[in-house]
Ligand binder design. Sequence first.
Ligand SMILES: Nc1ncnc2c1ncn2[C@@H]1O[C@H](COP(=O)(O)OP(=O)(O)OP(=O)(O)O)[C@@H](O)[C@H]1O
Length: 269
Amino acid sequence: MKESFNNVTNPVISFEKYSLSVGFISPIRDLSFSINEGESVAIIGPAGSGKSMVLSVIAQFIWEMDNNLLLSSFKQSGDIKILGIQLSGKKPSNEILKKIYSQIALVSEKSAWLPVSIAENFALSQNLAGIKDVLAFHELIDTLPISQHNKALIDSLAELLPSQVELPFLQQLAIIRALIRKPKIFLLDDAFLRMDPVMLKQTENLVLNMSEKTTLVWATNDLYQASRVTDWTLFMRHGTIVEYTQTAQFFTTPSTQEAENFIAGRDDV
Ligand SMILES: Nc1ncnc2c1ncn2[C@@H]1O[C@H](COP(=O)(O)OP(=O)(O)OP(=O)(O)O)[C@@H](O)[C@H]1O
């Protein structure tokens, strides 16, 4: 969990009766919630409950899914406000999308890389983020709050192509690459795939240590992770919110039977 719990009410993400439908499917239904600046929130729920879709809406990546047949004709209703920008059902201007993309980072279970070396990917990412003093890969890694041993390990991957790096390391690199951009909102969608418990904790700590003011949203079904790193837990089912409570309370005394069943691994969620 983050060191200081943020009591200031300053929502950077708010959904008000927001729904998204694609033909007869409604991945998100009548969703109302808000997340304050600097908070760390888990979104959990059964497969297909809409966790990834919510993150795509927050990041406004839904407009980048144009080539995806299923999402080519989606409809939205209700209101969303992201970092003070009010969004309607229509596609925002390129200028607004650029503004949002520059302040939000999303790492999913399959991170995106260009077919050039890891070091070059990092340099390109800094260029795209408009960072003036682009640092070389080993200089960047040297600034990270991790052990010398880990720095050396990560540094040794610099000249490899992403396709040559094992998945857990690639995911760790994707998370570091996003953190370096200092996003205002950092979305992690099952981003820790196949990491062993040691690497998982190291990478979680890195995220927490480097995101003092960043708002963190973790879509995860790793309930231990959710209880370790978040202040609030939003439990979804069928595209809607079942429960949104403080994480400690959610895992000890959930207020719904559905949440209780989900935590206990009973299939009548
Ligand atoms: N590109 C798409 N076009 C249309 N519908 C989609 C698309 N991607 C997902 N969906 C639908 O949206 C709903 C929510 O899916 P989503 O991937 O957000 O769930 P999830 O909770 O993240 O699941 P998981 O835990 O398996 O990652 C599902 O019914 C899914 O079929």
